[in-house]
Design a protein around this ligand. Structure first.
Ligand SMILES: *[C@@H]1O[C@H](CO)[C@@H](O)[C@H](O)[C@H]1NC(C)=O
Ligand SMILES: *[C@@H]1O[C@H](CO)[C@@H](O)[C@H](O)[C@H]1NC(C)=O
Ligand SMILES: *[C@@H]1O[C@H](CO)[C@@H](O)[C@H](O)[C@H]1NC(C)=O
Ligand SMILES: *[C@@H]1O[C@H](CO)[C@@H](O)[C@H](O)[C@H]1NC(C)=O
Length: 365
């Protein structure tokens, strides 16, 4: 079963096409990052604030803190462990937590299950994807670099970032797997029907950088999405063979530096709630992101780079695949899972005994 899901994952990402095109292979890094902490802290959008507007689930280096000033605050030198497989990766990755809202108006946090072939305690699956042509180089993020994908205030498709979506697994064991993220039946909204195999969220970040600013006031305008994504698996199967490699990943004017494609996957354990009487009386879906978003359009991801020295650049240049890479130091799943930090903003974010309101008093809107 384990092997099958890995093969399914790889096949769906286009890796199987290497047979057709021996010089092209999606040599993407794909690895587990377990839960570091779940809390209302956001050093990117709300620096210094203990009790940011909504709950995040955070993974990566244990120097995660309310204030992480670019460059001055150096995650590799301040961290003593990371919840990610590659032990030189002290970056922090986070997304909004998801809640189940019961008919009586109380909340409980939705848990997470392991992604295909990985062993992790909740958290996020992280991808760094190089250009698919197998030869073009990308520039790894610089110390102090950070960015945000998506917009927590969105409640409709208007203004959405490319590549943030939900996949409803209609059967168990990631079936049917479907194509690339955000193709096929994937929706930017939360699914409107029971997902027998749970829900996956994908968050895709921009790959073009202005080459100057480590951050920007909205944490987005120093980066841009490429004109054509450089990963061919974003194209529907019907349009293959793919756009010429040199056309892929072309950056818009003003963003000359090509970055690796950073992508997150989060696997939501919504299966315990697949009962008619647990959904809303009008039949609508009962899940709400921590910012009070019952639509799903506000899902977003945050990133603070924190790889030690030039380890990420070396791994990408070497076209490392998945979670094994001879350029990098790895740690055991147990060691990664044991790296956690206590909440700075101490409060119940789980709702095992049910929460009267979303943490921070956030209203569903
Ligand atoms: C986190 O920030 C506080 C100040 O807000 C500082 O005292 C502390 O040393 C920081 N933690 C780390 C791991 O650097
Ligand atoms: C609210 O609903 C949940 C789920 O049905 C239930 O477990 C909980 O006991 C209810 N709380 C109250 C106060 O009725
Ligand atoms: C990419 O970088 C490697 C090593 O840094 C270099 O040998 C190669 O020529 C570069 N490829 C391109 C297409 O510039
Ligand atoms: C998409 O939905 C249709 C209709 O429900 C279904 O037949 C098809 O198998 C789905 N495709 C995937 C990849 O889930």
């Amino acid at each position: 079963m384990y092997r099958n899901s890995v093969l399914l994952v790889l096949a769906s990402l286009g890796i199987g096409n290497a047979q057709l095109n021996p010089n092209q292979g999606a040599a993407m890094m794909r690895f587990a990052c377990s839960q570091l902490v779940v809390e209302r802290l956001d050093p990117l959008v709300s620096p210094g604030v203990i009790g940011s507007p909504h709950v995040h689930q955070i993974v990566g280096g244990n120097s995660f803190n309310a204030s992480m000033a670019p460059v001055a605050y150096d995650p590799p030198s301040r961290s003593t462990c990371t919840s990610c497989t590659f032990s030189e990766d002290f970056s922090n990755y986070w997304t909004a937590a998801l809640y189940y809202k019961a008919r009586n108006g109380t909340f409980k946090r939705v848990g997470q299950f392991e992604n295909g072939g990985l062993v992790q305690n909740g958290g996020i699956t992280v991808y760094y994807i190089p250009p698919y042509d197998g030869v073009s180089n990308v520039t790894a993020f610089r110390p102090g670099f950070r960015m945000l994908a998506g917009n927590p205030t969105l409640r409709s498709t208007a203004g959405e970032s490319r590549g943030i979506c939900h996949r409803c697994f209609e059967g168990d064991n990631f079936t049917p797997f479907g194509g690339a993220p955000c193709t096929g039946n994937d929706t930017s909204a939360l699914p409107d029907h029971f997902c027998a195999g749970g829900i996956r969220t994908t968050v895709t970040f921009p790959t073009c950088w202005d080459g100057v600013n480590l951050d920007s006031p909205d944490h987005q305008s120093h980066v841009a999405y490429s004109t054509i994504p450089f990963e061919p698996y974003y194209e529907p199967l019907a349009t293959r063979p793919y756009t010429a490699a040199q056309e892929r990943g072309k950056c818009p004017e003003g963003f000359p530096v090509k970055l690796p494609q950073l992508m997150y996957e989060i696997m939501w354990e919504t299966r315990p709630f697949n009962k008619k009487e647990l959904w809303n009386e009008d039949g609508s879906q009962p899940f709400v992101y921590a910012m009070g978003d019952a639509t799903g359009h506000g899902q977003h991801g945050d990133y603070i780079f924190g790889w030690k020295d030039d380890s990420l650049q070396r791994a990408i240049n070497a076209r490392c695949r998945n979670d094994k890479c001879k350029e990098l130091k790895s740690q055991s799943n147990e060691a990664a899972m044991s790296c956690t930090v206590p909440q700075t903003m101490k409060e119940d974010v789980e709702g095992n005994e049910w929460l009267e309101e979303l943490p921070g008093g956030v209203m569903v809107n």
